[in-house]
Write a protein that binds this ligand. Sequence first.
Ligand code: HEM
Ligand SMILES: Cc1cc2nc3c(=O)[nH]c(=O)nc-3n(C[C@H](O)[C@H](O)[C@H](O)COP(=O)(O)O)c2cc1C
Length: 702
Amino acid sequence: MAPVVFYFHGKSPAVDGVTIDVHELQTMEQLRQLVSTKLSVALPSTVTFNKQADVEIPASVLTVLDRIDAIMIEREVAILVSGRKVRPVPGPTGGIPFIGGYSEIYPDFMGNYQRLLSKYGHIVHVSFLGKSVYLTDDPDCAGVVLSEGEFYSKQIGENHPLFPFKMTLPNGLFTSDTSNPAWPTSHKFMMTAMGAKAMRNYVRSMDHTAGHLVQRFNELLEGDQSFNAFPWALRTAAQTIGEVAVGIDFKMLDSTESSIADIFNLITRNLEAAQGLFRKGRIYRAFPNPERREQKITADQMNAFVAAQMERILREGKTEDMAYQQAAISTTSLLDYMLHATDEEEMKMDVELIHETVITFLIAGQVTTSSALAWLWFCLSTFPVQARKLYASLITAGLTRDKEITADELSKLEYLDWFIKEMQRLFNPAFQPTREAQKDVIMPGGLVVPKGSQVTVALHSVMVNSEHWKNPLTFDPDRWGTEEVRKRHKYAYIPFAAGGRSCIGYNFALQELKLLLARTVLNFQIENTTEGSVIYDPEFSLYRPLNFTMRLRKQIDPSELKMEEGPVIEEKIEAPTPVVGSKLLPKFWAVHASNNGTCEGMAGDAAAKARQFGFADVRVVSLRDSPLASATSTAEVAAASNFFVICVSTYNGEPPDSALSFSDMLDAEIKSGNDSRFAGINFCVFGAGNTQWGPTYQAFVR
Ligand code: HEM
Ligand SMILES: Cc1cc2nc3c(=O)[nH]c(=O)nc-3n(C[C@H](O)[C@H](O)[C@H](O)COP(=O)(O)O)c2cc1C
């Protein structure tokens, strides 16, 4: 029997087809596998075969061939992937040349990822500033992208979000390419050191840190203070990883005045410099610049810190060399482990690799869990019913404020686990693991990702994908007890990514977060005292709240909780979406003076764009009601940080009716020589009109 030519429907069998000896195959699975390998289809299960047909025939009316004997008698067989023709990934086009899709993505990553994926489908392509970004929110695609191997690999080129960190840590576990020989070595050693069993060694020191946090929180409670949550979360996370990584107490929670240890300030400075370099682009990076100098200075000091710690541990000489499996459960810190663990060939990690690994852990173990802890506190304040249920579940399990929490107890606290899962589903700190396509790949859905592309898995969008999650935006820890969620798609919940390059610290992170959440809830209730919306930091590579402020209240006595026993009130509310924002940007006023609504619409559009650009506090008001209309409020806004965009129309050379009194006031002030009234105000004016606009709005500007 003659071989069969397989080709993608819509392409030419003669040019793009592949020939296969079908009669040698037994099953459809084998055929799908072979065709997928030859045509670079990522998931063989997505391939369907169809009777050869004119390219013009719509895919939906092709005749399906689902038996091997039916396929054998054809000469040419057309293929569909996920029932669709193979085609390029869609996405926004046009925009300002070169800048392209920049504002499609920046600065509101989270909002824009979600918006683009809702608009264009499960994979979207955006290009800007010479970069090309692919995003996906589909669990099937996420599984393909995150599986290291034939199709994708973690390779950190200049367009990868981790590129700046790779400049500091080329061999770090987090930032090395998978092809770098340093990666399998450090991965092998550190996987074992970070296993669940090894982590149990650190429960006590983690709970000790949690205890210190409770003491400090009690002091803040007594002072009835409202405070920014994130710096406290950062201190707590830094104290915990610091102790576990190098085995010393950094004393960052010994008093409310304790400062952050130098090493963590160095890390923050280093990361900020790296982010700055990344944002400013390749041309900037090619020349000497202050960020690069800062990176070098901080990296040298970080290395000096690690060298000193190594020396101390070796000088103390408490630990012998031993097999790494044994070392994981008997050394006193990760650094102690790295210095003494030997592998099957009696090899140890070399000193340079240890340097990069320690710093990697000090970074990865702190920036992530600090954001997660801040979001946990945010969830406690936003969802008091669930917070109460969590408290009740801890009391029922026998936990108390004063008694140590054991690893065994932690592993049994189901609702605690669900609460954290739900926080991570909606507010996970990591949001964009990115891999590079190793060849042209036909993704599930039939979309082609070209070789060399960076594909970002939009973690939040995956975890709220409505095809996989019911009421995706509702904060509902109980969903984790349902059959539906237990049977979910393997890649629908991936806060720690997946595959060979997934998070190595998740046991650590979950143990730490569980202890800290339990300690918080056993002792406190949290009130959200943030003015306005909670904003997230667009300048940072992780999702973290910038301005979430909170006040503590003493937790009720467990006896009061018992009196309330009865059915738990099921109150499921939609989680608020933090907006993007930078504290550095001024308050944005979109002001309108309009007769027929055009300018009011313009002001609304300007406000929406401003939010997308990262202005945290944006208001839309009519000129009449704006602070510009009265002398007292004008003085106030001039003194503070404010920016006014005034959209005003004109009719017969006059301002619109609603702005006539404002215009009269301007004339009067100028006539009386009081023209400093608007000094110090940042503003611009958009005049809407026809060819005779000049007299009105130019007068406004003047
Ligand atoms: C809630 C907390 C955490 C989250 C959400 C998280 C998430 C992630 C994600 C998504 C990745 C994959 C990154 C990528 O694909 O580029 C990752 C990798 C990694 N994480 Fe975590 N992480 C957390 C906590 C931690 C902690 C506490 C540590 C260490 C103590 C840690 C150490 C690492 C390391 C070393 C890698 C790189 C592994 C490799 O590339 O082989 N993480 N993490
Ligand atoms: C009756 C009338 C008179 C207008 N006179 C002027 C004018 O003198 N100069 C000008 O630039 N535009 C003039 N326009 C154009 C308006 O300013 C323009 O349509 C504007 O977008 C309306 O904005 P609004 O809907 O916010 O009021 C006039 C429009 C109308 C309907």
